[in-house]
Write a protein that binds this ligand. Structure first.
Ligand SMILES: Cc1cc2nc3c(=O)[nH]c(=O)nc-3n(C[C@H](O)[C@H](O)[C@H](O)COP(=O)(O)OP(=O)(O)OC[C@H]3O[C@@H](n4cnc5c(N)ncnc54)[C@H](O)[C@@H]3O)c2cc1C
Length: 337
């Protein structure tokens, strides 16, 4: 247990937040020991993976931070087509993806270069380039913070949705995800339906892509498009893409003919939040040490000296401006702590 420990290198906004207590979780016994100690009575507890989807509002967290660092990847034959891969929550996501791609196991290559740890991947059902974690998810094991029991969650229990799961909604803060099991394909077909992947593959001279080629293409695209949190603090997309009824979209389309929206299965359309933010005049705008990234309007960046509250106020101004311009509510994707 460390006291008054700075989380500056444990959140990708680079905020110099001090935590009253920090416990590194190398295995379950670390949580069980903590549970038996007096510190457990402290009201505030939070679980931190790579801190790439968190915005700390205050510069002091008056509670215990559980820093996930348990390690281990085990691969088992599942059936003729799949392997079951069990991964400890503290494993870093991208090295795990790269290891699976190198071994020829497919299904998560489109999620290459998403920052963070494996344990957080089900939290918001991480997704990119047409793939979400729910597509390869088998089950996870979690520790119930209330009664200290271990619980298995199958896919249906997790209520996965767009950038959402039960762990981000009704069970928020109630469980520590300890490990996740994935089913990965032994004979994968590369998924390169997105135009930008095709363009990058063609630039690389690849005509019959395998999963490793898709992973490399996505790495290149993401490096060229998104700011590296080590250079410029950010937490990726700050807001979710709003989903509206088709009638609302049709109305908006009459007023804004170039609005970007993707029809969904039901009578809904997913709007591109980046388009809304850019059209409302925010792309590249900077106020003090906070700004909207010049290439990607969904990404709010910390130029160095911003506080959590500066970032939050800035985000709320964007939210209000988009509401006033389009009548659309932008919901933060980032977890506000
Ligand atoms: C540059 C950049 C690009 C990104 N691109 C994408 C993208 O393409 N798609 C996407 O979906 N996301 C993206 N993200 C967001 C982020 O990387 C993911 O949400 C990631 O899964 C967060 O992992 P983490 O370990 O950093 O989580 P943290 O930020 O540490 O935690 C996120 C939330 O999960 C909780 N949590 C973390 N670990 C556990 C656990 N073991 N048990 C219970 N709760 C836990 C935390 O309490 C917090 O509420 C991006 C972020 C950045 C900075």
């Amino acid at each position: 247990m460390r006291r008054n420990f700075t989380l500056k290198t444990f959140n990708t906004f680079g905020l110099d937040v001090m935590a009253a207590y920090v416990v590194t979780v190398n295995d379950l016994s670390d949580i069980e020991r903590l549970r038996k100690s007096g510190y457990w009575q402290l009201d505030k507890k939070m679980i931190l993976g790579g801190g790439s989807n968190c915005l700390f509002l205050d510069d002091y967290y008056e509670g215990i931070v559980l820093l996930m660092n348990n390690k281990g990847v085990s691969i088992q034959d599942y059936d003729a087509d799949f392997v079951k891969v069990s991964v400890a929550a503290g494993e870093d996501w991208t090295p795990f993806v790269q290891r699976m791609v190198a071994a020829g196991y497919g299904g998560i290559e489109n999620l290459t270069l998403i920052p963070g740890k494996v344990g957080a991947s089900p939290m918001q059902n991480i997704g990119a380039y047409g793939v979400e974690i729910k597509d390869v998810f088998l089950r996870l094991q979690a520790f119930d913070l209330e009664n200290g029991k271990l619980v298995d969650f199958e896919a249906a229990d997790c209520e996965f949705g767009y950038r959402s799961s039960v762990f981000k909604t009704t069970l928020k803060g109630k469980f520590v995800i300890l490990s996740v099991d994935f089913l990965l394909h032994k004979h994968p077909q590369a998924n390169f339906q997105y135009g930008s992947i095709r363009e990058e593959l063609s630039r690389l001279g690849v005509s019959q892509p395998e999963i490793v080629d898709v992973s490399v293409a996505i790495t290149n695209i993401r490096r060229s498009k998104l700011p590296d949190p080590l250079q410029l603090g950010n937490a990726g997309s700050f807001f979710k893409n709003p989903v509206v009824h088709r009638l609302v979209f049709d109305d908006l389309k009459r007023e804004f003919p170039d609005i970007v929206g993707y029809p969904e299965k039901t009578n809904t359309v997913k709007l591109a939040a980046a388009w809304l933010i850019e059209k409302a005049g925010w792309k590249g705008r900077r106020v003090g040490d906070v700004g909207v990234h010049k290439n990607q309007a969904l990404v709010i960046v910390n130029y160095g000296g911003a506080t959590g509250r500066d970032i939050f106020s800035f985000a709320m101004e964007i939210q209000q401006s988009v509401r006033e311009t389009f009548g659309i509510h932008l919901e933060p994707e980032v977890n506000i702590i």
